[in-house]
Design a protein around this ligand. Structure first.
Ligand code: NAD
Length: 328
């Protein structure tokens, strides 16, 4: 029998008291910033496994912001009321999760259990940061939420893909068994300021290489496609889902499809680099195509991405150039 929900302290949970796990990471730090701008109180929980206090340094003096060092696989304890739990803690880039396979599986399983337990205890809404990787190397294109995916559980990417698939199942079980008000967002490739130059994802890698005057390393022949969403658009979609009560799963991502080679060429143009492109081997199980079907987000949230690729790329390149000049 589902337990009765404790009534949240705010009718729009994105303006109430919000716990963001993984809040000192790339996406988490943008979520914390936008939540504070909306008047929310934010408790940011992070172990700094792949994130850093530097990502939220600009928030430390903001009213209502609290940063707590905490590994969510150990426990999650937050005193006081909570209206919303955004569970974003997890290594996310292939370089990170291949180096941290056990940590990735643990945060997706045990960590998700602890974050769900917090939402249950507080009667809070819960949003799981899932991923387009649950679709694996998809045989349906573009990917709709009712596609079950094509994942190799024992391939190198399995640690991430299966952790997220398990997290989705656990989230669903807390909804059906305990009556927790849950949502699942399937995030597609996102880019923007505060990505790490060495995190291994294509856009920061290309920008770092271009700014250093090194050739851009394109995997395979670069004809594989990615759909990339600027972080501000993603944050708006996630908080729209958090506020609306829909359970998901819901794709949030930019449906404009680019080849990896096109992304590299655009980075070269945006940075004015003369270093050119070099082709390297494709990683194992690298998806051939990726594009979200965002019909559900458009219908339920009225959401669509606003930031054109050229603008988002320009903003990201400027941030990387400035960060590089500060650290030089
Ligand atoms: P990130 O690595 O920048 O941020 C993840 C954060 O989680 C880091 O600050 C890290 O220190 C923290 N963390 C990891 N394990 C933890 C633990 N056990 N306890 C507490 N904190 C922990 O990655 P990101 O790109 O910001 O991704 C955030 C979330 O969004 C992840 O769950 C990821 O799977 C999901 N996601 C991201 C993308 C994307 O394009 N960036 C795409 C799909 C899904």
């Amino acid at each position: 029998m589902p337990t009765v929900l404790v009534r949240p302290t705010s009718s729009d949970p994105t303006r109430g008291r919000v716990v963001v796990t993984g809040g000192a990471g790339f996406l988490g730090s943008h979520l914390c910033t936008e939540l504070l701008d909306r008047g929310a109180e934010v408790v940011c929980l992070d172990s700094f496994l792949t994130g850093s206090p530097a990502n939220v340094a600009h928030l430390m003096d903001r009213r209502g912001f609290r940063l707590v060092r905490c590994d969510v696989t150990d426990f999650v304890h937050v005193p006081g009321p909570v209206d919303l739990v955004l569970h974003f803690a997890s290594p996310a880039s292939p370089v990170d999760y291949l180096q941290l396979p056990i940590e990735t599986l643990k945060v997706g399983s045990i960590g998700t259990g602890h974050a769900l337990g917090l939402a249950k205890e507080k009667g809070a809404r819960f949003v799981l940061a899932s991923t387009s990787e649950v679709y694996g190397d998809p045989q349906v294109h573009p990917q709709t939420e009712d596609y079950w995916g094509h994942v190799n559980p024992v391939g190198p990417r399995g640690v991430y893909d299966e952790a997220k698939r398990y997290g989705e199942a656990l989230t669903t079980a807390y909804r059906t068994t305990h009556g927790v008000d849950t949502a699942i967002v399937r995030i597609f490739n996102t880019y923007g300021p505060r990505m790490r130059p060495h995190d291994g994802r294509a856009i920061p890698t290309f920008i770092r290489q271009a700014l250093a005057g090194e050739p851009l390393t394109v995997a395979g022949d670069g004809s594989q496609t990615r759909s990339v969403c600027y972080v501000d658009d993603l944050v708006r979609g996630i908080l729209g889902l958090a506020a609306c009560g829909h359970p998901g799963p819901m794709n949030i991502g930019n449906p404009t499809e680019l080849t990896v080679r096109q992304i590299a060429e655009d980075v070269i143009a945006a940075t004015g680099s003369r270093a050119g492109i070099t082709f390297v081997d494709r990683p194992v199980d690298d998806p051939e195509v990726r594009r979200p079907d965002t019909t559900l987000a458009a219908r339920e949230l009225g959401w669509s991405p606003d930031v054109p690729w050229a603008d988002g790329l320009d903003r990201t390149v400027r941030w990387f150039a400035q960060a590089a000049s500060v650290s030089a």
